[in-house]
Ligand binder design. Sequence first.
Ligand SMILES: C[S@@+](CC[C@H](N)C(=O)[O-])C[C@H]1O[C@@H](n2cnc3c(N)ncnc32)[C@H](O)[C@@H]1O
Length: 284
Amino acid sequence: MKSPYIFLERPWFVVVALAGLIGGGFLISTWIRTSDGFLLCPLVSAKGRVSENYDTKPLQLKAILHYATSTIVPQQSISEISITLDVLKSVGRPCNFLVFGLGHDSLMWASFNSGGTTIFLEEDPKWVQNVLKDAPNLHAHTVQYRTQLQQADDLLSSYLSEPNCLPSNAYLRGNRQCKLALENLPEEVYDKEWDLIMIDAPRGYFPEAPGRMAAIFSAAVMSRNRKGSGGTHVFLHDVDRKVEKVFAEEFLCKKFLVNGSGRLWHFEIPSAYNTSRSNAARFC
Ligand SMILES: C[S@@+](CC[C@H](N)C(=O)[O-])C[C@H]1O[C@@H](n2cnc3c(N)ncnc32)[C@H](O)[C@@H]1O
C-alpha cells in the first residue's frame, strides 16, 4: 500500500509541483492581461473590444457599412469605377490620389486607396460640411474657382495670349494672371506629386457654374511638372459634355488617352519635366 506521505518521502516531487503551479499561474496571468480580461469577464471584454475596434477599424470597413446601408450610390457606373480601381491595383502601393469633387463616391475612393493619401477638392463649403458630418475621416478642402462655364469658349481661345498659361511657363501656386490656373489651393496640394487625379467636379451643367476648365488645365500642369518617375493618371468624367471634351483634347491630349468607358476617359500623361516637351508651344 502507498504511503499517504508521498510528498515527504520524495521531495523532488514537491519541487516539480511547485514549479508547475508558479509557471501555470504566470501563464494564466499573462493570458488574462493580453486578452483584455476575456477569461474573467467575457461581456466586458467583448464590449471593450467593440469600442476599441470602432475607433481604429479600417476605412474599408466603414465603406462597406456605409454602402451596405445606404440607398444612395455613386454616380459613376461599375465599368467607369473599375478603370480607376484597376489603376490603383496596378500601381501596387498606396498612392497620392487627388479628387475634384466630394460626393457619394468619396468614401469609396478613399477606401480603395487605404494607406495612401486621398484629398478631395470641393467648391461648395456647405456640401463639404454635409459630407464630412457622416464621414469625418475624409480629407477635404474647399476650393474657390474663378471661372464660369459660360466663359469656356473665351478661356479656350485666349489662354495662349497669357504667358503664364503657356505650357512652357505654366504653374499653379499664385498664378493669378492665368485664370485657368487653380492658384489658391492648400499648400499640401502643391507640395505633393499626384499619382492619380480624378476630375468629377466642379459642377458644369449651368452657365454660372464654375465648369471643369480650371480643374482640367491644372491637372495637365501638375502632370507635366511631375518630377517623380512614371506618368500621372488623370480620369475625367462627363466627357459626353462639350466643355469637358474640348478642354480634355486641348490640355490632356488624345494621344495620352489610354482607356475609357461610358462617360469616363482615362489619360496617362508623361511628365514634361527635363524633356523636349517642356518648351513646347502647345500642351498636346
Ligand atoms: C458632378 S457631382 C459628381 C458626384 C460624384 N461623382 C458622386 O457620385 O457623388 C460633383 C459635385 O456635385 C455637387 N453635389 C453632389 N451631390 C450633391 C448633393 N446631393 N447636393 C448638393 N451638391 C451636390 C458637389 O459640388 C460635387 O462636387
